[in-house]
Ligand binder design. Structure first.
Ligand code: OSB
Ligand code: MG
Length: 385
């Protein structure tokens, strides 16, 4: 079935990639359930397994497009059951009619800015279509959207252990070649944590970037106290220090530590939200799996760039297929310049490729996966068309 691709789901491809017919042949949807090495403690839940869907599209010439759809419990609004339903409905429509209009698609009077929150099914299906088109055009997917891509992207090493492990973990990561580290804070006493951050800075020296993430753990007073204590450690930014993001400018005024939006972006679905009033805003942490549709993701990237705010691509514990797609997007939006938050694969004990998508010397490859590299032997085929 031919699919009209120049403008699908509110995504406009660069002119040279338009008018190329996409002749879909098959769609297959697999379910995976991958164990974590140890239970993954998140803000609102603890996970033993990462569950999600892998989508494989093929065209009549044998080109392949891959996508992943993995709502994250405690962060996504949707369950896997809901997205499975949404995905199969989308695929039925695409395969039967060749139409891919979603409520992410501004055509038809309904723009995604003022519609209900999109399903992550869209992002997964859009990724698979872009991946198939990229394979047809022999480019990386982001080239069709942003006109460029790098071959690899720098990654921030993720430190999420207990305080006593911070310096040894930082040492291991520096030895592995990471130049940017992200430390999860807001878990125990903030005074002790601030001291831990100073210890890391003293250990790694001035040339390593340090990012922190408090996942909205603090009231304004505690955050300011923490901020003042870590200010000399020259933090690149702290993600979501406050329960209430409205107080972020006051936090910055009081301690001078730049901050980043993460959860706030995924709660406020209005992407026309102005960042202008937020002095001290250094970065938008963009998790496509939570943003849930490509058009909204692109809009946030463009807004960040227009305001001199860093667009930092970040993962949500996707499997290898999803992580590769994220590395490819990062390679187009920030290339080799901004470390991406993709150091989550090491938490999983198994994956969806024969060898895990790896980070070498602090870099992740943006190269596409081939079907030969996939390992879906432990996955369940749920849909075929
Ligand atoms: O708070 O940034 C978070 C992963 C899943 C859910 C929430 C978060 C994360 C990460 C991803 O931290 C890794 C990163 O951004 O470096
Ligand atoms: Mg965060």
């Amino acid at each position: 079935m031919d699919l009209n691709v120049p403008n699908f789901a509110g995504i406009t491809l660069l002119p040279q990639f338009q008018n190329i017919p996409l002749e879909l042949d098959s769609a297959r949807l697999y379910k995976f359930s991958l164990p974590f090495k140890r239970p993954l403690v998140l803000k609102h839940t603890t996970l033993n397994h990462r569950n999600g869907l892998i989508l494989i599209l093929t065209d009549i010439h044998g080109h392949v497009g891959l996508g992943e759809i993995s709502p994250l419990p405690g962060f996504s609004r949707e369950t896997l059951e809901t997205v499975l339903l949404n995905t199969t409905m989308l695929l039925d429509k695409i395969m039967k009619t060749g139409e891919f209009t979603s409520h992410c698609n501004p055509s038809g009077g309904q723009s995604w800015e003022n519609s209900a929150s999109p399903s992550v099914a869209y992002f997964g299906v859009e990724t698979a279509i872009l991946s198939l088109l990229a394979s047809l055009n022999d480019v990386l997917p982001g080239v069709m959207l942003f006109g460029k891509s790098s071959r690899k992207v720098p990654i921030n090493g993720l430190i999420r252990g207990s305080l006593s492990d911070w310096v040894p973990e930082a040492e291991r990561m520096i030895n592995e070649g990471y130049k940017t580290l992200k430390i999860k804070v807001g878990r125990i006493n903030s005074v002790l944590e601030a001291r831990g951050i100073q210890d890391i800075r003293a250990f790694v020296g001035p040339d390593i970037q340090l990012r922190l993430d408090a996942n909205r753990s603090w009231d304004l007073e505690t955050a300011i106290e923490f901020g003042k204590a870590v200010e000399p450690a020259q933090i690149e930014y702290i993600e979501e220090p406050l329960h209430d993001p409205v107080d972020l400018p006051r936090f910055f005024d009081a301690c001078g530590v730049p901050f980043a939006f993460d959860e706030t972006l995924h709660q406020i679905m209005d992407p026309t939200i102005s960042f202008e009033s937020y002095t001290g805003l250094k970065a938008l942490v963009l998790k496509p799996t939570l943003i849930a549709c490509t058009a909204r993701f692109i809009s946030l990237v463009n807004q960040a760039k227009a305001k001199g705010v860093l667009p930092v691509l970040s993962s949500s514990y996707e499997s290898d297929v999803g992580l590769t797609a994220l590395a490819q997007l990062a390679s187009s939006i920030s290339g080799e310049d901004i470390a991406a938050g993709l150091d989550t694969r090491s938490a999983l004990a198994a994956g969806t490729t024969k060898s895990p998508v790896s980070i070498q010397d602090g870099w992740m490859s943006a190269q596409s996966l081939t079907t030969q590299e996939l390992d879906l032997s432990h996955c369940e085929l749920l849909y075929q068309s």
